[in-house]
Design a protein around this ligand. Structure first.
Ligand SMILES: C[S@@+](CC[C@H](N)C(=O)[O-])C[C@H]1O[C@@H](n2cnc3c(N)ncnc32)[C@H](O)[C@@H]1O
Length: 503
């Protein structure tokens, strides 16, 4: 099905006209059935062309939904409130003012939170998402039990349990997490029809939103009670998402539309503006932010091949496990980690875990190199460093490295180096990096990277979405591990060449 001709698309176009959504004749909504919906430029679009105007009242928000009173009384804020609003409007069927919009929306997005536990265990094992999604599942259930379940049981609201069960909550959450936008301070986040039909391309934003003034309602005095997105009510568990397209509050905005006309400031409307020229016939993309495949899959249910923002994390827990396979005693390891902390180094912290990032090029986070370097110091250098910790306080990383090199230099004699980090790449550190890459790799199970690559080749990105995108993520993570091994061996080889040359 394409060219905007499907029955559901015609119903949506009729609904848009009815609620006052204006879509430029220069764009077309294409319904590719199972492959999803996308927006096409029918003629060449130029920067600053306005391609859509959307009344804020046409959006589903906790202020516009028929469940507003219930949501406010129950104190459901932020994305939790919006998820409830979506469930509520769906439960009204054709009586919902958004029926024409909701019939076009998928039942849910294929985000991992909506997968079964078996699928999560099978498809995400070893990846950056496995643990996170399993925790999410538990938290989402608790969230529902605490906030939604009591409303179903309450006779007062007469809610049909079929539309408010945990499965429906997860579906609504998957849609809100992947398709909502921040509208303004008054509405908070909302489902914005038409705007949510643009697909994502990393680093390639064609469109942009502008809203003229941030308050739309007559009850402006309630402004202080506004539910903000970061003000998560209940136990919101899905990370705060980046808006697919920014809404910019611009009091002086007076933007010329595609026909050279100037639109009046209108605090009740949102406008979609082209930010760079788009060729006739091309898809018009939005960007949901710069993020790696794990984050894309987590929030939106898809991945991108060759995503430049991909990373892999080495967990502190994995480093502790690795230390047990070395000749270091637990005590020595703990003392070295403690010294590293006292020198004011730390990894990245998220929820309860500490980890180190490895970039798409296989370059480990500097703090990891420093930690490994300290772990392998001789007892003499360790003691010297231990008594100078105070000098490391409140100085920048480059100065810290110079100091670290200077203090530990006597135990590892070396010539002055051009690269201030080079001294960290000792043979032991490089070997440890390889061992850590191997230990991280084991988490993926028995299938090798080659097996994953072959599976990916045979997999259909439309009919086997979950398998396809989890394989893309696995392959990109494991490729980074390969690059990390190469990074480690490269330094090792360079050092060996230097020492051979000196002999
Ligand atoms: C805001 S909607 C975009 C419209 C969507 N294609 C539809 O059919 O309604 C976001 C969802 O579209 C899909 N999507 C967006 N960009 C994509 C891409 N580059 N590759 C694959 N799927 C994408 C994902 O399922 C995502 O959760």
């Amino acid at each position: 099905m394409s060219g905007g001709g499907s029955r559901r698309m015609r119903a949506f176009e009729r609904w848009m006209r009815f609620v006052g959504i204006e879509k430029s004749p220069s764009i077309c909504i294409v319904d590719s059935g199972e492959e999803g919906i996308w927006i096409k430029a029918l003629r060449r679009l130029q920067e600053d062309d306005i391609i859509a105007t959307i009344p804020k009242d046409a959006c589903i928000s906790i202020k516009t939904t028929g469940a507003r009173e219930l949501i406010e009384e129950a104190g459901l804020a932020g994305l939790l409130g919006l998820s409830f609003a979506v469930m509520y409007e769906r439960s009204r069927g054709l009586d919902s003012p958004w029926a024409g919009y909701l019939q076009l929306m998928p039942g849910k997005e294929p985000v991992p939170i909506a997968w079964t536990v078996e699928e999560i265990d099978e498809l995400l094992v070893g990846t950056e998402l496995h643990k996170i999604v399993k925790e999410d599942k538990i938290l989402v259930y608790e969230d529902w039990k605490e906030n939604i379940s009591p409303l179903i049981e309450s006779k007062h609201w007469k809610l049909d349990p079929t539309f408010f069960c945990i499965e429906q909550y997860i579906s609504a959450k998957s849609l809100v997490g992947s398709r909502s936008f921040t509208i303004d301070d008054y509405h908070g986040s909302g489902m914005v029809p038409l705007a949510d039909l643009f697909n994502h391309k990393t680093g390639c934003e064609d469109v942009h939103f502008t809203t003229v003034c941030s308050l739309t309602s007559s009850d402006d005095e309630n402004d202080d009670d506004i539910d903000r997105d970061d003000d998560h009510g209940g136990n919101e568990v899905v990370e705060e998402r980046l808006s697919p397209i920014d809404f910019i509050t611009d009091d002086e905005s007076s933007i010329s539309d595609g026909n050279g006309k100037s639109s009046e400031d209108d605090p009740t409307k949102l406008e979609m503006i082209v930010v760079k020229d788009v060729e006739a016939g091309a898809e018009i993309f939005n960007t949901y932010g710069s993020m790696g495949n794990a984050a894309l899959l987590h929030r939106y249910g898809f991945t991108e091949p060759d995503n430049p923002f991909d990373i892999i994390n080495i967990d502190m827990h994995l480093i502790t496990q690795w230390s047990k396979t070395t000749s270091f005693s637990d005590r020595l390891f703990r003392r070295r980690v403690s010294l590293w902390r006292r020198l004011d180094f730390s990894g990245c912290i998220s929820q309860n875990s500490e980890y180190f990032e490895v970039t798409i090029d296989g370059i480990p986070q500097l703090e990891l190199l420093v930690l490994l370097y300290i772990i392998f110091l001789t007892e003499e250098s360790y003691t010297k460093l231990d008594i100078t910790t105070i000098s490391f306080k409140e100085i920048e990383i480059p100065a810290k490295l110079i100091l670290l090199n200077k203090i530990t230099a006597s135990s590892v004699p070396r010539a002055p180096q051009k690269d201030p980090e080079e001294f960290l790449h000792t043979e032991n550190v490089c070997r440890a990096l390889t061992n850590l890459a191997d230990a991280r790799e084991v988490l993926y199970g028995l299938d090798s990277l080659e097996v994953d690559l072959n599976k990916l080749k045979d997999c259909c990105c439309v009919s086997e979405k979950k398998l396809f995108h989890s394989l893309v993520m696995r392959v990109s993570e494991r490729t980074i591990l390969e690059k990390l091994r190469f990074y480690a061996s490269q330094f090792h080889r360079k050092k060996k060449r230097k020492s051979d040359a000196n002999q």
